[in-house]
Structures are given as structure tokens and as C-alpha cells.
Design a protein around this ligand. Structure first.
Ligand code: SF4
Length: 83
């Protein structure tokens, strides 16, 4: 199991989860969530976790699901190119 100890330092602790997993007001909540992530000291760890578990919805590490898909593809391409 992948550790989530970093989450204890997340800037989103105590924030309404609907902000990070919006089903309504999606663009506004996404903007608010990303503003919070932008000041988070564990954003890198959070993004890495989201990429590792693949397919997680919502905002993680200052990225949307679509943005993580692009990052994941780039990482995979770099791995493939280095072989
Ligand atoms: S990067 Fe964003 S979602 Fe991840 S722990 Fe920090 S505030 Fe929470």
C-alpha cells in the first residue's frame, strides 16, 4: 500500500471535499481547489500519489484528471524512450 502520510500536511485538510471533487460549480470549485493546492507544501507528493493510483477523480497536486492524464503519458513516454 502506498503511504499517504504526506496528506497530514496538506493545505486541504479541513476543507470541504466537494471543492476537490466537484459535482456542481465545477469550474469555480476547480479554481478554488487549485488555488489551495498552489500553496500546499506536499503538492508534489500528492500529484505523485494520484499518478500512482491512476484514474483518481478530482483535484490532486494542483492538477485536474485531464492534466494528470497528460502528465502520466509524458512520464510513460520518457520511460519508454530511455529503454
Ligand atoms: S496538493 Fe492540493 S489536494 Fe494535494 S494535499 Fe495539497 S492541497 Fe490537498
Amino acid at each position: 500500500m502506498i503511504s499517504r502520510e504526506w496528506a497530514l500536511q496538506g493545505e486541504c485538510r479541513g476543507v470541504d471535499p466537494d471543492i476537490f471533487f466537484p459535482s456542481i460549480n465545477i469550474s469555480e470549485n476547480t479554481r478554488v481547489a487549485k488555488d489551495i493546492c498552489a500553496r500546499c507544501v506536499v503538492a508534489y507528493e500528492c500529484l505523485d500519489y494520484a499518478l500512482a493510483i491512476n484514474g483518481t477523480e478530482g483535484i490532486w497536486g494542483d492538477t485536474t484528471e485531464d492534466e494528470r492524464r497528460v502528465i502520466g503519458r509524458r512520464r510513460q513516454n520518457r520511460i519508454n524512450d530511455s529503454r
